[in-house]
Design a protein around this ligand. Sequence first.
Ligand code: DP6
Length: 324
Amino acid sequence: MRTATARAHPNIALVKYWGKADEELILPVAGSMSMTLDAFATTTTVTLDPEADEDSFVLNGSPATGTALARTTRFLDHVRELAGSRERAHVDSMNEAPTAAGLASSASGFAALALAASRAFGLALDERALSRLARRGSGSACRSVVDRYAVWHAGTDDETSYAEQIDAPDLRLVIVTVDGAQKAVSSREGMRRTAATSPFYDAWITSTARTLEEMVRACAAGDPTRIGEITESHALRMHAVIASSEPPVRYLAPASVAVFDTAAALRAQGVFAHTTADAGPNVCVLTTPADAERVAEAVSAHGSVRIVGPGPGAHLVDETVDAG
Ligand code: DP6
């Protein structure tokens, strides 16, 4: 019997991924950059089952069916193809993120699954190959393979589209789970709609590529203020291009917008606070270790808060290979 357990954390993009050049391979239209978090891990065990004729997937103690199971099986098909195997597997996954936090569990989920499944099927992938594999499950998952800060190179094909680590100053994110959250359009569907209908989509693609270059320079220069400025303006640009879709999509709730305003007011007082948000109403405020408590206190009027920092990429926790 072969079994492997891996752990991975979600990541928050400071330069966002929004749009695919290839839906099948999950190649993005532009690169992106993120912080892998030190909280809300997913722990996943993959066990090969020579007796089974189907894969099975248990998420947080309950058997998954429908889309969740189909996506896992499709992902395992990629791993089987790489490993030259036809064996079915049992996947058991535990997610530490509270559902309401809206933290893309698909990133930590597919990063942990990529590592656990590749090991269980006997593959020894290097970080780049693992990132490419995780990408096939969910684009942003390729960044959760990497420690601390990652750049996802857009690339032009399966080989050239992967995330790698970059150095950046030690920063914190104050995650605000806002009140009054509404059900969102999924990222996958929202991206399709933006690409198909927004008159600003081409400008979004070309400007994101330039923004990423600027972000990489700011990280290399160790310039937290510029990193913060780029983070907030790029998040707002993403929400603007999304809002320009038809029918329009608006992910930010009134309380989310209030967090942007609170952070701006803090900045006016000399506090380091720059805001970002993904495809949902919850918001993250980028800050320094020194200012994190003050920011958390100020934004706590708008929802529950949690301070997180840069964390480890996907890693193996346990592995059993029984030749018999
Ligand atoms: C707004 O990686 O969840 O969080 O590739 O379709 O699975 P798929 O999408 P996903 O999209 C993440 C979108 C985002 C921005 C980001 O994380 O860069």
